[in-house]
Ligand binder design. Structure first.
Ligand code: AMP
Ligand code: ZN
Length: 142
């Protein structure tokens, strides 16, 4: 198991600093995000230290993602939230501040509940040919 002695989430995994854990198994920990953007805001992390989604080994990704539905449903049942945003920030431009991969579970209660994401649509910005070529180029690299 890869850990980083200077990483705050590795410290949470090792119980070197306190946290409000809501789930733990051999490979995964989930705990309340200290910022509580919305009530029940939770982080799901692998015990294995990986910087972000780009560096997440696929077996570690399997371990983390398979734990998410159960945790999300438990949060929903406990809080009575009417929806949830599931997101992971990679790199500074996307808002990443802790460089140990994590998934945010953000229960939603209404439009002014503390979380917001701007979501501009640009449907007309690309021709079908450009969309097709972009998809083919990405597909080549997967
Ligand atoms: P991100 O900005 O996507 O990297 O998310 C990092 C999150 O970690 C932020 O929402 C912080 O509030 C949260 N966070 C940082 N330190 C702790 C901590 N000790 N316990 C719980 N959450 C933390
Ligand atoms: Zn770490």
């Amino acid at each position: 198991m890869h850990t980083d002695a200077n990483c705050i989430f590795c410290k949470i995994v090792n119980n070197d600093i306190p946290s409000y854990k809501v789930y733990e198994d051999d490979d995964v920990v989930a705990f309340l995000d200290i910022s509580q953007v919305t009530k029940g805001h939770t982080l799901v992390i692998p015990k294995h230290h990986a910087k972000n989604i780009y560096e997440l080994p696929s077996d570690v990704a399997s371990d983390v993602f398979k734990a998410v539905p159960g945790i999300a449903s438990a949060i929903q049942r406990e809080t009575g939230a009417i929806g949830m945003n599931v997101l992971s920030n990679a790199e500074q431009i996307a808002g990443q501040t802790v460089y140990h991969f994590h998934i945010h579970l953000l229960p939603r209660y209404g439009h002014e509940d503390g979380f917001d994401a701007k979501w501009e649509t640009h449907n007309d910005a690309y021709t079908p040919e450009e969309m097709s070529s972009l998809a083919a180029q990405i597909k080549q690299r997967v």
